[in-house]
Design a protein around this ligand. Structure first.
Ligand SMILES: Cc1cc2nc3c(=O)[nH]c(=O)nc-3n(C[C@H](O)[C@H](O)[C@H](O)COP(=O)(O)OP(=O)(O)OC[C@H]3O[C@@H](n4cnc5c(N)ncnc54)[C@H](O)[C@@H]3O)c2cc1C
Length: 437
């Protein structure tokens, strides 16, 4: 069965795929978005557990960047509520609100070496960065041995990049904190994060279709040019012929869908050699009594594995049934970029939670998810990204394995979608398309 009714196909309705499909559709290309799940959002979606809206991955949606710009461009309402204060640190069971003082206020309280570290941040801001081989931990060790400072840097790496400070290039850490959004402004979606994806999905449908529970089984290409995909929908295989295919399935799955022989050998080799999926452990917690009063996200000081925790119902009470508080805590295993014992790592995170909060014993654990392997926290850790071009004409990748250097999270995925769709619209014969509507 053949259907030539689409100008473009996007495989995967994660953050990158949805932003790409919404931009293509808005720009005048009739777009088909397919996803193998029955809901939008991929690793940033939301599930319902006993009346609680429980997020699978992303909770904090950054404001003021490419993602917000995408929503505005395509007319998707962005239902986000910002906690105030948004972030802080929870060290020795005390909340530290660094507010506008940021790094200097935090480090100034902890180490005499603060000014040396801050100087390096200033250097990074002016483009003077370490090379990509030195880890964040080694970089920090050359300025301070303070245990609390090391613990905070580890937990920041874990919270933002889902890896340990020993695994993240210092260049990526400094790039993120000096030239990216760095979660300075963010909010939670009161419908669960899936709410923002549903709004983008509706925008795609203005000039296209969204097929859920539909798995792409092949990408067709010949002589180095993409020709379309096959997708299983309602139990039937459908072939969609079209000259643009954007894959949000990750580079490794994209190679498997088209077959290695379709790609230049160097691309296949770099997919094998570069990707470093990063893991984390997500613990969703419901409690009748408040565990913490800070409304946003706190990053912990010295812990075993726990890195940060969000108080969701303080800002969005509709995420839980009346009378309940909803929190989500994150832990990052050691190692996060290699094999680990999930049960042992989870137990260490639970020990941390018991130690941090007296009322944790009375709380209810709604779910514990270990994000790893082909359903990871980041499909490739910052500093280990691949290009968005695949070496096949018309076939592109978006998502968190093809991020700009040092970026992370859904914002980074939205940026990959903007870069790919801008490149598509800049090329003939699509240069006119954005003006068609
Ligand atoms: C626990 C956790 C917490 C996080 N917290 C935050 C946060 O607070 N803020 C933030 O910005 N980011 C956060 N992130 C990161 C963010 O969630 C991810 O970077 C982002 O969601 C990844 O999106 P993606 O574009 O790579 O697509 P993915 O989420 O990987 O989606 C791809 C989709 O494609 C589908 N697919 C794959 N193959 C096929 C196929 N053959 N046919 C059809 N469909 C297919 C998949 O099933 C999936 O639905 C967090 C991640 C995790 C795991």
């Amino acid at each position: 069965m053949s259907d030539r009714a689409f100008d473009a196909v996007v495989i995967g309705a994660g953050a990158g795929g949805l932003c790409a499909a919404a931009r293509l559709s808005h720009g005048g290309l009739r777009t088909l978005l397919v996803d193998d799940h029955d809901r939008l959002g991929g690793r940033a979606s939301t599930e319902e557990i006993d009346g609680f809206k429980v997020n699978i991955g992303a909770i904090a949606i950054e404001l003021g960047g490419v993602f917000e710009e995408t929503c505005r461009l395509v007319g998707a309402p962005l239902d986000i509520r910002a906690p105030e204060p948004a972030s802080g640190f929870y060290i020795d069971r005390k909340f530290i609100d660094v507010g506008r003082g940021g790094w200097s206020l935090l480090l100034g309280q902890l180490t005499k070496q603060a000014s040396r570290i801050l100087e390096k941040f200033a250097d990074a801001r002016s483009g003077n960065l370490p090379d990509g081989r030195q880890s964040t931990e080694d970089w920090l060790t050359s300025y301070t041995s303070n245990v609390t400072v090391h613990a905070i840097f580890r937990n920041l790496c874990a919270a933002i990049f889902a890896c340990n400070a020993s695994e993240l290039p210092a260049r990526a850490f400094l790039t993120y904190f000096t030239s990216k959004g760095a979660f300075k402004r963010f909010g939670f979606c009161p419908q669960g994060t899936v709410g923002v994806w549903n709004a983008l999905g509706a925008a795609v449908q203005h000039n296209g279709e969204v097929w859920l529970s539909s798995r792409a089984t092949a990408i067709h290409a010949s002589n180095g040019t993409v020709e379309g995909i096959s997708v299983v929908r309602n139990g039937e295989s459908v072939r969609i012929d079209c000259p643009i295919v954007i894959s949000n399935a990750g580079p490794a799955a994209t190679v498997a869908l088209a077959g290695e022989a379709a790609f230049p050998a160097e691309y296949v080799a770099s997919v094998r050699a570069t990707l470093r999926p990063a893991a984390n452990i997500v613990i969703n917690i419901a409690s009748r009594s408040p565990l913490m009063t800070h409304p946003g996200i706190v990053t912990f000081g010295k812990t075993r594995r726990l890195c940060n925790m969000a108080n969701l119902t303080a800002t969005c009470p509709e995420l839980a049934p009346p009378g309940w508080h909803l929190y989500v805590a994150y832990a990052v295993p050691v190692p996060a970029l290699g094999p680990f014992d999930a049960a042992a790592e989870t137990e260490l995170a639970l020990e941390d939670l018991r130690e941090q909060f007296d009322d944790f014993a009375a709380a209810r654990i709604l779910s514990i998810r270990v994000m790893r392997d082909d359903w990871p926290a980041q499909r490739s850790c910052a500093g280990y990204d691949l290009p968005r071009e695949t070496g096949i004409e018309g076939l592109w990748c978006v998502g968190d394995a093809v991020k700009e250097y040092g970026n992370g999270g859904t914002q980074a995925c939205a940026e990959t979608a903007k870069l790919v769709t801008d490149a598509i619209f800049a090329r003939a014969p699509y240069a006119h398309a954005r003006h068609k509507m």
